[in-house]
Design a binder for this molecule. Structure first.
Ligand SMILES: Nc1ncnc2c1ncn2[C@@H]1O[C@H](COP(=O)(O)OP(=O)(O)OP(=O)(O)O)[C@@H](O)[C@H]1O
Length: 731
């Protein structure tokens, strides 16, 4: 161990070198006494490795941590190729929809202004006539002052006060000249005017005279106006929005209470950098900002309300976003002119006419900037989550209507709240049900079973096709169009799916089936659309929430629900549906529809509008010959395939037994249908049978000479339940 000691102050007397040395020696002696070694510099130097190129004084390899290059990668070509090209024509001008909406607004504004003033024109005329006397007085007064050269009066008065005779004479001579010539002009004008009036009165029809007199009166009225009383008021009162400037942004960022930002803004700090000029983008302003070192875009998004306060704008106008292909400190701030929830939403492009193909992106909503946001449903699944009453069903309805407008798509719609929010589906769906009762839930599970079976069939069909018809081993528009193959889009829609997944009897099975459908369905043209108001582990199996491709999260209360809908770590990464306010109905984060997450407001389609669209969809299906199932008044496919638990139990019942243990029955059921009954416990069998009035009881048996009592089912109860069911069924 090497130790260096400095001499202690008391002995350190520069005037006494001997004293100093004595102190040093004493110190060194103490070092040795406490076991320290004194460094022998000569020896240490000799032990060192030689200094050479790439080696530092201590013999260690030397490396420059800072590149000597002034900037970026050395490959200039790569840099140039990687550079971002800014669009020649701004985005709003390239979008036809935006252009049209702008032109429409401009035309509407002009028409409104014209109409507004036209209606008020009599009022304006009356006002002008009322002002005409004042205008006349002003005209007469002005003429009098001109003829009498009254503007020179103060100067003449001043020369009188100063008794400056000479100047007074000059001024009064000038005044006399002026008065004389102006008097002549006035007299001439008067004579001409009188003559002109006389000619008018005699030679022209009465209406011309009246028109001229009115014009003169209005002109006099115009001259009689007062600055503080404008004649006409404004037809359009623009809500003035302050232009977004760098000063305002810097001020707002500085007021957020983030220490690193304050440091950067303090004297000598780096300040806040703008990477591009602040530009107009849609109905708002866009700023690209490099935050100070160590501050992330998420830090800002976290405090969006504070930022909005600093910018002096409503919260619904302020939308900070991270820029994912840049560093974490890059912030894209978009500040709208109007609160997103207040702006008038454009109509759904498909509301009036047209059919669609599910293989193409479908219009789903608009973003903060009013641009249409589309979603490709084919090869995807969708999960929508939100607190109650924030627009889940409305969002799901947009997707349902879009799917319905593809005449080839087979729809199975289950609305498990029971309010009939999606009732128009019955016009086109192969299967439809509404309700929170066990029967409806069983219907939904049967749909899941049917769709799950379809996966097997579709996989087999695709496998059997020649290789050139299935280049990616998945459904293509051509394969879907071939009705013989039965590979048309199959859309299963479940609203309030928490009712299904948390159901005592069917929950587990529904979860397992859904997970399989979500994982394997997309390649086979099967699309599952789910909406839930309770996104928690119990009500939404993690196998489902983890595998969904497209997620739409409207307002939720906490981080857990947020991440359950949008995916793990979404909250941490700045996707926070918790930041939406009570006004933000229909607005949510959309993930998975584009590369980056988007803030989207779903198109607004109420019940009557949905009804009209469904009528159109039905007509298109009838024309295409694709109306099936309940919409066509037929028995739904699932009911044909489904045997139900009672029939399954009868089919596996051990011959001649009056009572059988539940554990024996579930094992036999699993052997019959692994997908449906695999992993069932005796309790599950009990709860599945309860709705049918079959109760499990104690069943005793002799096993190896011992009597064992376990829960079991009686054959008699089972047959009675089947008789009851068959009696209820329509013939
Ligand atoms: N895109 C939208 N634009 C404007 N308002 C909307 C939009 N979507 C929904 N809303 C409003 O929000 C209200 C609630 O919507 P919705 O019925 O879809 O809620 P929900 O989440 O399904 O409710 P619940 O959980 O009770 O089923 C609607 O009555 C509607 O007025």
């Amino acid at each position: 161990m090497n130790q260096h000691h400095t001499p202690s102050g008391s002995d350190n007397n520069p005037d006494d070198p001997n004293g100093l040395f004595a102190a040093l020696e004493a110190d060194m002696a103490t070092d040795q006494a406490i076991g320290a070694t004194v460094l022998d510099f000569d020896k240490a130097r000799a032990d060192r490795r030689p200094v050479g190129p790439g080696v530092d004084e201590d013999g260690l390899p030397s490396v420059y941590v800072d590149s000597r290059e002034k900037s970026g990668p050395v490959d200039r070509m790569a840099t140039a190729r990687g550079a971002k090209r800014r669009p020649i024509i701004p985005a709003w001008a390239r979008s036809k929809a935006e252009l049209v909406s702008y032109a429409r607004w401009l035309g509407g504004n002009a028409a409104h202004t014209t109409g507004y003033h036209a209606v008020r024109s009599p009022l304006y005329a009356g006002k002008l006539l009322g002002r005409a006397p004042r205008g006349t007085a002003r005209l007469v007064g002005g003429t009098y002052r001109w003829v009498t050269d009254s503007e020179g009066r103060p100067v003449r008065a001043a020369s009188v006060r100063r008794e400056d005779v000479e100047q007074y004479l000059i001024l009064s001579r000038q005044r006399d000249r002026r008065v004389r010539s102006r008097g002549v002009i006035l007299a001439l004008a008067a004579v001409l005017g009188v003559a002109f009036t006389a000619v008018l009165l005699v030679a022209t029809p009465g209406w011309t005279t009246l028109a001229l007199a009115t014009a003169a009166a209005l002109a006099l009225g115009g001259a009689g106006g007062q600055a503080d009383q404008p004649l006409i008021d404004r037809a359009v009162v623009a809500t003035k929005v302050q232009r977004l400037t760098s000063d305002i942004i810097v001020r707002a960022l500085g007021a957020m209470g983030i220490a690193e930002i304050n440091k950067a803004m303090a004297k000598g700090g780096d300040g806040i950098k703008f990477v591009a000029p602040i530009t107009r983008d849609g109905n708002g302003w866009r700023a690209d900002i490099d935050l100070p070192y160590g501050v992330t875009a998420i830090d800002i998004i976290d405090k969006r309300d504070r930022l909005a306060s600093g910018l002096r704008r409503p919260l619904g106008c302020v939308w900070p976003e991270p820029v994912h292909d840049q560093h974490a400190g890059r912030l894209m701030l978009w500040v709208g002119d109007q609160d997103m929830s207040q702006t008038k939403a454009p109509a759904w492009p498909l509301a009036a006419a047209g059919t669609v193909s599910l293989f193409k992106p479908l219009p789903f909503g608009t973003d903060q900037r009013g641009r249409s946001v589309s979603m490709l449903l084919m090869f995807a699944n969708v999960l929508i989550g939100a607190m109650p009453r924030f627009g889940k069903t409305f969002a799901l309805r947009v997707l349902m209507l879009a799917a319905a407008l593809d005449p080839t798509a087979e729809l199975h719609v289950w609305e498990l709240k029971g309010t009939g929010d999606l009732e128009d589906a019955a016009k086109v769906a192969a299967d439809y049900g509404s309700g929170a009762d066990d029967e409806t839930i069983e219907g939904a599970v049967n749909s899941l079973r049917y769709v799950h079976k379809e996966l097997e069939r579709r996989a087999a069909v695709i496998r059997s096709l020649p290789k050139e018809r299935r280049p990616e081993n998945k459904v293509t528009p051509e394969l879907a169009a071939d009705r013989k193959l039965g590979l048309h889009p199959l859309v299963l829609i479940i609203d309030e799916c928490q009712e299904l997944y948390s159901h005592d009897t069917f929950g587990k099975e529904a979860g397992t089936l859904s997970e399989a459908i979500i994982k394997r369905g997309p390649a086979m043209g099967v699309i599952l659309l789910l909406a839930t108001q309770r996104p928690d582990v119990k009500s939404l199996p993690s196998g489902v929430s983890a595998n969904v491709g497209i997620r739409f999260c409207l307002r939720v209360m906490g981080q857990t629900e947020n991440d359950m809908v949008l995916g793990t770590s979404s909250y941490k990464n700045g996707l926070r549906a918790t930041s939406f306010t009570a006004n933000d109905k229909g607005i949510g984060y959309l993930v998975g529809a584009a590369t980056d997450a988007q803030i989207v407001r779903s198109y607004y389609l109420d019940g009557p509008a949905a009804g009209r669209i469904m009528d159109r969809a039905r007509a298109a299906r009838i024309a295409a010959g694709t109306l099936t199932g309940v919409a066509a008044g037929e028995q739904p496919e699932r009911a044909k395939n489904n045997t139900g638990i009672l029939d399954d139990l009868i089919s596996i019942w051990p011959a001649g037994e009056a009572k059988v243990w539940s554990e024996t029955l579930v094992a036999a059921l699993a052997a019959l249908d692994e997908d449906r009954y695999g992993g069932w416990e005796p309790e599950q069998l009990s709860s599945a049978l309860k709705p049918h009035g079959v109760n499990a009881g104690q069943v005793g048996r002799r096993v190896g000479g011992k009597f064992v009592n376990k829960r079991g089912i009686e054959h008699k109860d089972l047959t009675e339940a089947i008789t009851r069911r068959d009696d209820k069924r329509p013939a």
